[in-house]
Write a protein that binds this ligand. Sequence first.
Ligand SMILES: Nc1nc2c(ncn2[C@@H]2O[C@H](COP(=O)(O)OP(=O)(O)OP(=O)(O)O)[C@@H](O)[C@H]2O)c(=O)[nH]1
Ligand SMILES: [Mg+2]
Length: 306
Amino acid sequence: MATLLRNGVMSLTFQIHTRSLSLINTHTHFSSLSFSKTTAPFFLSFRHPLSHSTLASKTTNPPSSSFSFETQLFIPPGIEPQEVNESMVLPGSNIVIGPYAGDSKIKDVEFVKSSSRAKDCPKDHRPEFAILGRSNVGKSSLINSLVRKKELALTSKKPGKTQLINHFLVNKSWYLVDLPGYGFAKAPEAAKTDWTSFTKGYFLNRDTLVAVLLLIDASVPPQKIDLDCANWLGRNNIPITFVFTKCDKMKVAKGKRPDENMRDFQELIRQNYKQHPPWIMTSSVTGLGRDELLLHMSQLRNYWDQ
Ligand SMILES: Nc1nc2c(ncn2[C@@H]2O[C@H](COP(=O)(O)OP(=O)(O)OP(=O)(O)O)[C@@H](O)[C@H]2O)c(=O)[nH]1
Ligand SMILES: [Mg+2]
């Protein structure tokens, strides 16, 4: 089923052309999103207007203009491209919600185990989502925010805190997996070497992996190591969802804003992906994208489960 999902979901990404989009001044809702479909229903894309004001509740000196960019919708199984309308697209993402989306509430979560090798991971065949990203990108914070527990997954200002594959069982039915961050130059030599072998082994051999949530820090420009990682996962047919983190951090005076960094990243990725993977903006500080991400995960999981 994992393979089916990989092929099925990824091949169902299309593009449509849209106009007249506008955003209300909140981080979670499009006020209007109207589609004007091209004659060929195969390519669905929409103009994605990302105003700085949609990304954070706190801004100091916001720039006066917003911008938009072309993106592709992620259309899950069970929907025809021509059925897509604005209310089906999750705010702050390219993700269309379909019939497999279900109860996404987290009622119960427990830490199960830490493994230092892929073959030591739980063997009960429950579906799982792996949280992957650079050290300090906010993996543990995202897990804590999803499950609404402050210190379930340890967070730290010191990069390299998470060194093992940590399994958390949610609602006694599926796993969230916290992985060690990559690209941490100061990690002990041994830990760096282990990361490569055990995480690659994990991705290539874990049949129960529904999708990798690849976290990308939206407060910094695109990083080569993130692009390399996305490309490696793509080449190995491992389904991913880009989760842009720290979208609350508005660096107006210095560097680009999260929405601009996110657009730059997507433009670089576009060259390598025929069909753009799902993506979503989040912040573990403001809760931006939390409910939307859980809903997206529910549809991937339910499709995998059937
Ligand atoms: N402003 C802001 N800060 C965040 C966000 N998410 C995480 N952080 C901060 O970023 C730092 C690293 O967060 P972690 O969740 O520990 O990062 P990690 O990816 O698990 O790091 P490793 O386990 O070392 O790989 C902490 O200081 C967090 O408070 C976010 O959405 N917004
Ligand atoms: Mg961590």
